[in-house]
Ligand binder design. Structure first.
Ligand SMILES: Cc1cc2nc3c(=O)[nH]c(=O)nc-3n(C[C@H](O)[C@H](O)[C@H](O)COP(=O)(O)O)c2cc1C
Length: 337
């Protein structure tokens, strides 16, 4: 089984669902000696299989694939209906018809089919977000030679994940861009600083640890590694690289001097995520409800209609967003290694 501690460059490329992660990005990160990870979230198993084939065709064997763990609590339809009402006028202004409440039910993002695909393809590293994968899925993956990682935001969740059989953990701190990997979507994301989280998880769990969230410089990466993290993970820093599939409006906003602030919001998906503040977050964060994945589907049409408008889309960004530059991801990874 592959071991995180064997990476030539102890830097993991974050899996970034929704477009930023491409097979080219994964190839660039792994070729630089780091660990590139595909993002299987929101994609069909067929599309994930095609992305895996593209990474292998790029000459890369050591890479990961990231899967979302399905929600355990069913969607609260009344809450979704309230937020839907709040979005109606805005959707109409974009000529978008919002999905009906019936179309916004629960959805497991093809979890079982994706686990089967990881086993068939013997993916070296399989990571999870949004929850603790069931112990039987972890055991099945390990039987097929997959090294299993789980993203956690608290030391208690780290213990749960280790008990479920995880080989390694990604400790995600409050500065992280994109979704926080809280196990219960309705809890507020913890604000414990990353260094404290790493220290607490290391004291309670023996498996290797990847530290993520706001890592943007070599100094920061070195400090985390010297306090015991086997590697650091970077997401935002890769968003403007040439191999990423980030929407131009998103990539440009990260470098726009007028955008100075990130906020944590449920407005786009129902799960808490850090993004650049924009008109959408100002207008809808307060009314948003904690109903993932229903809210994600609810806002999908309006985000697509506003794809070129930085004030209408989710500009996921960690607090280190100013350090994201246009370059090859190979250079980004080597700079941090
Ligand atoms: C655009 C974007 C998309 C993301 N999508 C995922 C994802 O699909 N799965 C996941 O585990 N983490 C995802 N994350 C979170 C990252 O794994 C990681 O925790 C985060 O990027 C680290 O903070 P940083 O962005 O400050 O480097 C995403 C982050 C960003 C910025």
């Amino acid at each position: 089984m592959a071991d995180l501690r064997d990476l030539a460059v102890p830097v993991v490329g974050a899996p970034m669902a929704g477009g930023p992660t491409t097979p080219e990005l994964v190839v660039a990160v792994s070729t630089a000696g780091g660990l590139g990870q595909l993002a299987a979230g929101y994609l069909s198993p067929e599309r994930v299989a095609a992305d895996i084939a593209a990474v292998r065709a790029g000459g890369v064997d050591t890479f990961g694939v990231n899967i979302f763990v399905p929600e355990t609590e069913p969607v609260d339809r009344d809450a979704v209906a309230r937020y839907r009402d709040r979005l109606l006028d805005y959707a109409a202004s974009l000529d978008v018809e919002l999905p009906t409440i019936e179309e916004l039910g629960d959805d497991d993002d093809h979890f079982d089919a994706k686990i089967a695909l990881m086993c068939d393809e013997r993916i070296p590293f399989v990571s999870f977000a949004f929850g603790c994968p069931p112990a039987d899925a972890v055991a099945e993956l390990r039987r097929h030679g997959c090294s299993v990682g789980v993203t956690v935001t608290t030391a208690d969740d780290a213990v749960l994940a280790a008990d479920a059989g995880a080989d390694w953990l990604c400790a995600q701190g409050p500065d992280a861009g994109g979704h926080r990997s809280v196990f219960d979507r309705r809890t507020e994301p913890p604000t414990q600083p990353l260094d404290d989280l790493v220290e607490e998880v290391r004291a309670r769990v023996a498996v290797p640890l990847v530290a993520a969230g706001g890592v943007a410089t070599r100094d920061r990466a070195d400090r985390l590694r010297s306090s015991g993290a086997a590697a650091v993970q970077v997401g935002t820093l890769l968003l403007r690289t040439r191999e990423a599939g980030t929407k131009p409006a998103h990539a440009d906003a990260l470098a726009d001097p007028a955008r100075t602030e990130t906020v944590v919001t449920r407005a786009f998906s129902g799960r808490s995520a850090r993004a650049l503040r924009n008109r959408f977050t100002d207008e809808f964060s307060e009314a948003a409800v904690a109903e993932y994945p229903a809210v994600n589907k609810l806002t999908g049409g309006i985000r697509r209609a506003a794809a070129t408008d930085p004030d209408g889309i989710n500009l996921w960004a960690g607090t280190g967003f100013r350090e994201a530059v246009v370059e090859s991801a190979t250079e980004t990874i080597r700079r941090l290694g």
